[in-house]
Design a protein around this ligand. Sequence first.
Ligand SMILES: Cc1cc2nc3c(=O)[nH]c(=O)nc-3n(C[C@H](O)[C@H](O)[C@H](O)COP(=O)(O)OP(=O)(O)OC[C@H]3O[C@@H](n4cnc5c(N)ncnc54)[C@H](O)[C@@H]3O)c2cc1C
Length: 415
Amino acid sequence: MTHRIVVLGGGTGGTMVANRLRRRYGEDEATIAVVDRDDRHVYQPGLVFLPFGLTDSDEIVRPRQRQLRGGIDFHQSEVEHVDIEEDEVVLEDGTTLQYDVLVVATGVVLQPEETEGLTGPGWNERMFTFYDIAGAEQLARALDSFDGGRVVVNLVDMPIKCPVAPLEFAFLADAYFSERHLRDKVELTYVTPLDGAFTKPVASERLAGLLSDKRIELVTEFAAGEVDGERGRLVSWDEREVPFDLLVTVPLHGGAAYVGRSEGLGDDLGFVPTNQRTLQSLAKANIFAIGDATNIPTSKAGSVAHFEGEVLEDNVARFLEDRELSTAYDGHANCFIETGFGKALLIDFNYEQEPVPGHFPTAIGLPLLKESRLNHLGKLMFQWLYWHVLLPGRDIPGISAEMPESGKRSQPEPV
Ligand SMILES: Cc1cc2nc3c(=O)[nH]c(=O)nc-3n(C[C@H](O)[C@H](O)[C@H](O)COP(=O)(O)OP(=O)(O)OC[C@H]3O[C@@H](n4cnc5c(N)ncnc54)[C@H](O)[C@@H]3O)c2cc1C
């Protein structure tokens, strides 16, 4: 019998999983279809560099279909809905795809319109997001002509993709204005709804220290409720105000809209309730989910999709063979944090282990939670690995879904 596997979303997680499954199964054993609305695959970590002219769109966008192995059917269309009772996906172009296994990998949608005033007067003139290509390009032009004033970086609420990306933006802005000899004319402020610079205590303390070293003011527990683009004011629900000349926002995130139209598939925010160890959805046994589309309590990050992909591939095979699923996904996440001036930090953690100092992946390796040039080079090299190793569904020797423990210092040294 030929298995029918349908993957919704041809981004980081969907492409990786489709390619891994294509390697595992011959074409007579399984048909694999991938659905995506467009044919532009964006290397999203590059969006942090784009506003500062450190990369450009040509370097970080590639044709989506070309990242898929031969023998994978690519459907370019919006997903209209999934009928989980009938095991079928209906596409906006009228196609119906029936499946034995469905993998949901449609990521998140940005919802700037959900914050009052954010997409009103001033949107893409003095208020920007770098979380998509169009926004990052517009912000690059605005930064180019900015010659001083108050720059505010704000994340409206969690969850967001890559929770360290707004911090990276703030650090790179410090370096950018310094290199343009404008730093003394720019007040940089980082405004977050969290009670510190980051979600995890040890990393949060380190990152708050770096913000302070770089003269970036940290405003915490600020739940942004409104943006007044005419007056240049970010206003919280408890009526605190932060003034800005240029606002860089990370808007609210939700799940893909079709999830809400697919009865029984998602939660109120459009994310797919998913078993955090097996990656099987709670909606139905033949539906799995990966990456930003899930509701699991780890970071929404490409590294997470990569580690999940290994377990998910195995579990799709186990499901099709009627075997018990593996519970191997431990929440492993790994992120380089660019800090400007050619340096970066690295954090590595899972559901139980918060980011701590030490080295990765073993006692000899990249320094954890410490600025270094080596980590910056690692971040730059990662783009090559992304296109040539991760997306094609290959393994990186020595780095796997299971978080390595040997290089970590369980007792963090004092900051
Ligand atoms: C600025 C920025 C910096 C980042 N930096 C890092 C980093 O340094 N390290 C890291 O690990 N991660 C980073 N990330 C996060 C990382 O890019 C994402 O977590 C990762 O891409 C998630 O993969 P995914 O497959 O879940 O979603 P995506 O890669 O976003 O793919 C989802 C796909 O689904 C498609 N889709 C959605 N809805 C529909 C629909 N209705 N019909 C058809 N197609 C649809 C979309 O077109 C898209 O191609 C960053 C993200 C951003 C925005």
